[in-house]
Design a binder for this molecule. Structure first.
Ligand code: FMN
Length: 159
């Protein structure tokens, strides 16, 4: 099964999990990059990213070099920002049809995922969503989460 793992990650956690998934299956990896990077440090990080997520900002992303339509299974991973998917992932979903694709959704967060998975599911309504996983990053070590990530994607790929 041809598989693509798409992620956006500001601080690296979502990407580490996505990389683990891509290695486990194996799959191609596509990391989304905003045209203007979000700040990574201090309070401004929460203010800018949180505000953009809250107002549902249509954040432009850099041109991508992979076409999700060429894959059987597409996995999407995003951090939770203000209880929602990060804007670069929303932009990707707006620009790329997942119609007819098998899809797996995951988000990483520190305890309050809010509506993130519901929003991702709603935006993938023409896809066949096989699984949705909310990864609480304070609950277990990153190594354990990476182990779980490998099992999670393997199960979807075998469905
Ligand atoms: C702008 C911003 C908003 C956030 N909002 C939430 C939130 O609403 N709920 C939550 O549990 N964690 C929130 N977090 C924490 C991140 O979701 C969490 O640390 C995530 O794993 C980071 O992923 P990354 O390392 O791939 O960027 C927020 C972090 C940032 C930077």
């Amino acid at each position: 099964m041809k598989t693509l793992v798409v992620c956006y990650s500001l601080e690296g956690t979502t990407k580490e999990i996505a990389v683990e998934m891509a290695q486990a299956v194996p799959a191609d990896l596509l990391e989304l990059r905003p045209e203007k990077p979000y700040p990574k440090k201090g309070a401004v990080k929460y203010l800018v990213g949180g505000f953009d997520a809250f107002i549902k900002k249509d954040t432009p992303i850099q041109k991508i070099d992979k076409d999700p339509q060429e894959y059987d299974l597409v996995i999407l991973g995003t951090p939770v920002w203000a209880g929602r998917p990060a804007p670069p992932m929303m932009r990707f979903m707006k620009e790329n049809s997942l119609k007819g694709k098998m899809v797996g959704l995951f988000c990483t967060h520190q305890g309050a995922p809010g509506k993130t998975l519901d929003i991702l599911k709603r935006n993938a309504d023409q896809a066949d969503v096989k699984a949705a996983w909310s990864v609480h990053t304070k609950e277990a070590s990153l190594d354990l989460m990476k182990e779980e990530a490998g099992k999670w994607i393997t199960q979807i790929a075998e469905k």
